[in-house]
Design a protein around this ligand. Structure first.
Ligand code: SF4
Length: 490
């Protein structure tokens, strides 16, 4: 009998260690694996393929006695949440032990790197370009073009930087990948090194992710002989949202204040320590072993339009089935929220979902037929960002959410440019007046004007994207704003 329980941070936070300890007290060995990503079922116990969740230490005796029908979910691999996915990046999630080189190799690990070693740098870049892979961190920039720019840039020293500063609310895919399948990220970085001529890489992880930091450090040590002469260092950031912006991230690694650099020059030409640098998100780099091992076509066959491959969507907030759901682009937002996510956790109607983190737009159910696709989201003034979907029920106050966007921006602004530094504070103050029912129409006009200035005048996405949540809340939920003046007048 094999008992398997994840040691992912979420599972541990839900009590996985205590459950594992209880099985040990009954004399059983427990294998600690990566997480399946069904967070509402954690701690999820797997015995010979059958799942029990959420399980508590007090359930262990019943599980062992075959009397735990109330939490028995059947064969995990056949669970509708798992069976409905297309897992390319998270293909090993739930199956393997995160720090087992043996498990990694036995499930196709290092196949992409092996292929890459047999190719020229140009051919590797060509493969990534043909796969259609776009940056999964938010901007959606084609990975192949970025790699090629660094490949062609003059300079003997080049770097690969992995942006693991996952700061969006409701996102956890980077963390899960680093904790669950760290060798895949390492392999992806080594492939990027071969493609560009870089022999050194950095993984920049925020300090709020101590489990991910520990796993990555251990994995880098174990994998070092296999990726040599490529080397990787793990760097821990203090956790500023703006350090997820690529140039402030570079400053942070260099030991400087995490402040955004003006572009140009692009990091691809003048990046870390002044050298040509690839900066990619965890999911982008982790997708490349599949691309190299199976071929560009195999990856590009998934998706729609110019959004190729798969996206690990993260369902969070007030949602019944929260977790990680990897799927090909093209599924609708409504399917993700209602069908996959099961609607709200408390059973109230869904009123809004925010897609793409704290700077993403709010969507009403009327837009739920929007396909999950970079261009389709742009067409409705939204962003896919890092693939996080946060669900709100009908008790949400959208004016308060719009105010929060300004407050968030004011708190996280690096202060370098005026539209963001001052605009966010003025925006919050104006929202406060509007919420108090003071000259609602005038203040809304002022907010719209301010958003225009921030969108086009800010130096980076923090200030530039704050208008998305604000204006989408005003556009799609006007009743939460217009009614303020009436309420105050009555
Ligand atoms: S937009 Fe905000 S975070 Fe970005 S550079 Fe300007 S002040 Fe800094």
């Amino acid at each position: 009998m094999q008992i398997r329980i994840s040691d992912d941070a979420l599972a541990v936070a839900c009590g996985a260690d205590a459950v594992a300890h209880r099985f040990a007290e009954f004399g059983h060995d427990v294998v600690r694996t990566s997480s399946w990503g069904m967070h509402w079922l954690e701690p999820l116990v797997e015995i010979d393929g059958i799942g029990y969740g959420p399980a508590a230490a007090a359930d262990v005796e019943n599980i062992l006695a075959g009397k735990a029908d109330a939490i028995r979910i059947g064969r995990i691999a056949e669970h509708p949440f798992i069976a409905a996915q297309t897992r390319l990046t998270f293909a090993r999630a739930g199956w393997t032990r995160p720090l087992s080189l043996e498990d990694y190799a036995a499930t196709g690990g290092w196949g992409g790197l092996k292929q890459a070693r047999a190719l020229s740098a140009e051919a590797i870049v060509e493969e990534v370009t043909r796969s259609g892979l776009r940056g999964r961190g938010g901007a959606g920039f084609p990975a192949g073009i970025k790699w090629n720019t660094v490949r062609l840039a003059p300079g003997t020293r080049k770097y690969i930087v992995c942006n693991a500063d996952e700061g969006d609310s409701g996102t956890f895919a980077d963390r899960m990948l680093m904790e669950g399948d760290p060798f895949m990220l390492i392999e992806g970085m080594a492939i990027a090194g071969l493609a560009t001529g870089a022999d050194k890489g950095f993984v920049y992880i925020r300090s709020e992710y101590p489990h991910a930091v520990a796993k990555m450090r251990a994995a880098v040590r174990l994998a070092a002989p296999l990726i040599a002469p490529f080397e990787i260092d793990v760097r821990v950031g203090a956790g500023a949202y703006v350090c997820g912006e690529e140039t402030s991230l570079l400053n942070s690694i260099e030991g400087k204040r995490g402040e955004v650099r003006a572009k140009p020059p692009l990091p691809a030409h003048d990046g870390l320590f002044g050298c040509p640098t690839v900066i990619n998100n965890v999911l982008t780099l982790a997708a490349t072993p599949f691309v190299l091992a199976k071929g560009a076509r195999a990856y590009a066959d998934y998706g729609m339009g110019r959004s190729r491959g798969t996206m690990p969507v993260q369902l969070a907030g007030n949602v019944k089935h929260g977790g990680l759901f990897e799927t090909a682009f093209g599924i609708t937002l409504g399917e993700l929220v209602e069908k996959i996510g099961g609607g709200t956790a408390n059973g109230r109607p869904v009123r809004a979902v925010q897609v793409g983190g704290p700077l993403g737009a709010y969507f009403p159910p009327a837009l739920f037929d929007t396909p999950f696709d970079y261009e389709a989201f742009t067409a409705v003034d939204g962003l896919i960002g890092h693939g996080g979907i946060t669900v709100f029920d009908d008790s949400v106050d959208m004016a308060a959410q719009a105010r929060f966007a300004f407050e968030f921006c004011a708190a996280e602004s690096c202060g370098k440019c005026t539209p963001c530094r001052i605009g966010a504070v003025r925006g919050r103050e104006t929202m406060d007046r509007m919420i108090a029912g003071e000259r609602t129409a005038d203040n809304l006009t002022l907010v719209a004007d301010l958003c225009e200035t921030m969108k086009f005048g800010s130096l980076c996405a923090l200030g530039g994207f704050t208008p998305y949540p604000v204006m989408s809340a005003i556009t799609h939920f006007p009743e939460d704003f217009d009614a303020r003046g009436q309420a105050a007048a009555e």
